[in-house]
Design a protein around this ligand. Sequence first.
Ligand code: ADP
Ligand code: MG
Length: 295
Amino acid sequence: ATPTALMVGTGRGAQLGILIKGPEVLESTRRIDTIVLDKTGTVTTGEMSLRDVVAATGEDADEVLRLAASLEDGSEHPIARAVVAGAKERGVGVARVEDFTSVDGLGVQGVVDGHAVVVGRPQLLRDWSITVGDELESALTRARASGATPVVVGWDGTARGVLVVGDTVKTTSRQAIAQLRDLGLTPWLLTGDNPEAARHVAGQVGIDADNVIADVMPADKVDVVRRLQDEGRVVAMVGDGVNDAAALATADLGMAMGTGTDVAIEASDLTLVRGDLRVAPDAIRLARRTLSTIK
Ligand code: ADP
Ligand code: MG
């Protein structure tokens, strides 16, 4: 490929809202046959909202929400923002937190009003020897079946309630995925969220249930990309989060949502400025067209 033609492609990309790290990136898109899409913030808006607060028998829903929101006030996660906003809407104030820690891909923990509070996946509560009983377990199952993302709230050794948080699919995602298929790419959905919520989103945007990989810890996303590459696929990845950075760097073509974190953008070959997934097929089309004019 002549450098001039590639430079022209790069300039055209900027007009389309695609920031390309270097002209050589266009060459690497030629053989892409697989595209891995992060769910939260890439296929969905990532703007979650609090749909429901389920208190265990004998617990007060507002108190469950208050202690959880106090902790989540210290987290940047979309779930955390939804919980804090939901508390505010319901007129529930937040308290001061000591010894706050955020556990990547699992949840948050800290001391609120003298209680050792944990909010997150059941796995995180188990690490604190907190058992999630049948009552809350069925609240989790119900929430997941509706495509939502439930998290458990516990303190002082007992699970106290479930917060049900939900996200919405971007209006343009379905069309973007249809265009990617037309370009001959197989779409996969990758997420740390639960499999039911993931399949729910996959169904809405036209990704096969067999191509959904859920419950993936942040550090393991890169392994999913490697495994697909080991199977002989040439893999593009689209993501937005800190937890997507390694996978974006390892993919044959890494694309970051412009609305995403700086870490994801730095790890990627190109940035989709507007956060609209339809720019991903635009980018692949542009690369193919640029390369064919120089053949
Ligand atoms: P994704 O891949 O969808 O961006 P993450 O890896 O960030 O998801 O998170 C995976 C799961 O960890 C969430 O679905 C949630 O159950 C739990 N989690 C992560 N951060 C938090 C938090 N701040 N509060 C509660 N739960 C959290
Ligand atoms: Mg994400």
